[in-house]
Design a protein around this ligand. Structure first.
Ligand code: FES
Length: 94
């Protein structure tokens, strides 16, 4: 059995409030961050609609858990933490 990379689902709120408060910049910088860190196989990224936490935003959901993230550096640190915490499943060889 071989270890499989942990997987993290990242959802950026692209509602107007979160977008203006920082997720627009995070969205623009995320592809470069993923490439620089070699996280292509470890994360998936998608946008989501407003989840009614606008007053706290900008909101980023990591495996469904809400986080307030102000910039790409903060998100990078959160991703590192989450990838370390996520159990590494095993995959059958062959
Ligand atoms: S716009 Fe992001 S929670 Fe409302």
């Amino acid at each position: 059995m071989m270890p499989v990379s942990p997987h993290l689902n990242i959802e950026l709120c692209l509602g107007s409030s979160c977008y203006c408060r920082g997720n627009g910049g995070i969205r623009a910088g995320l592809p470069d961050l993923i490439a620089r860190r070699g996280w292509h196989e470890s994360v998936s990224i998608k946008g989501c609609l407003c989840r009614e936490s606008c007053a706290k935003g900008p909101m980023v959901f990591l495996n469904g858990v809400a986080n307030v993230v102000h910039n790409i550096s903060e998100l990078e640190k959160l991703i590192e933490i989450e990838l370390r915490r996520t159990p590494c499943p095993m995959q059958e060889e062959g």
